[in-house]
Design a protein. Structure first.
Length: 293
């Protein structure tokens, strides 16, 4: 039986300080892939990072967005995933040559950057994470355990059709409320029996029953997840205004048209001399020649 497509579901253990989330991405993940021709190994890592971004964004309950970036000096130059508080996502990557080997080798001398962005576009927080681990899940587990001082487990998997993930987190204990001192160890051991094909294919309710049928687990309502790119012609125009009228006019003199591609959705925006004159006018709105590539 196939899982609900493009959804996140929260769950908690009624008699233990443990919470969890499961995300399953179908159409939203394929919307990321269809914009660019990513190599299989990069596609897998991107899918894992995308699933992780949704899980973390839901955990943080953002009024804005979460951006996860892996920046490297090796064959993989950049992996970026952005997920908003209402679970709208986009992702992109840059790489060179043929990809093979382990994540640390592919990234080389790199870093993991986590950024929280408010709705007004201002940066609320940025943390730089050491690339400690063999996978996206291990790197993020290490970060969350150290930064939040909460034991966290992540399972992430992706293929060319689906990206999926599960998060478990031990919450601060209140001795008066919980007497099951072995709950975290027991739940963690049960979750370690999870297989990648189960995470990719099983609906959340069935997955949790398979893992924790002897535990008292409360499953919350489905939250939809979707692909959405926040680029717009107006935002590109604002960027060009920041470059300045002289630089824009110089580019147009040389090329006749300024062409900008969104790296996330591959949308193409074109600006000619008429558009530039409107851009730098104090009264005229930016309108335009807009085409898809």
């Amino acid at each position: 039986m196939k899982s609900h497509p493009d959804t996140l579901r929260r769950f908690l253990f009624e008699h233990a300080p443990i919470r969890g989330e499961r995300v399953h991405l179908d159409a939203s993940w394929r919307s990321v892939l269809e914009r660019h021709d990513y190599p299989p190994l990069l596609r897998q890592m991107m899918g894992e990072l995308t699933a992780a971004a949704v899980l973390l964004a839901a955990t943080l309950k953002l009024d804005g967005s979460l951006v996860l970036q892996i920046q490297g000096s090796g064959a993989i130059k950049l992996l970026v995933v952005e997920c908003s508080g209402d679970l709208k996502l986009r992702a992109t990557a840059k790489w060179e040559g043929t990809l093979h080997g382990r994540l640390p080798d592919l990234v080389g001398d790199g870093r993991f950057v986590i950024t929280l962005v408010q709705k007004n576009g201002k940066q609320a927080y940025q943390g730089i994470v050491a690339l400690e681990g063999e996978s996206v899940a291990e790197i993020l587990q290490n970060y969350m355990t150290r930064s939040e001082q909460l034991d966290t487990r992540l399972w992430l998997v992706a293929d060319e059709h689906t990206a999926s993930g599960m998060l478990l987190q031990k919450m601060p204990e209140q001795a008066a409320d919980y007497s099951d001192v072995d709950a975290w160890s027991r739940v963690d051991q049960l979750a370690q029996t999870l297989h990648n094909d189960e995470l990719l294919q099983l609906p959340t309710q069935e997955l949790l029953h398979r893992l924790f049928h002897e535990e008292d687990v409360r499953l919350f309502e489905v939250q939809p997840v979707s692909f959405h790119c926040a680029c717009s012609r107006d935002k590109i125009a604002q960027m060009l205004r920041m470059i300045g009228v002289e630089e824009v006019e110089a580019i147009l003199t040389e090329r006749q048209i300024i062409e900008v591609h969104c790296e996330f959705c591959n949308h193409r925006y074109e600006f000619d001399k008429v558009d530039a004159a409107q851009m730098f006018s104090s009264t005229a709105p930016v309108e335009a020649n807009e085409t898809l590539h």
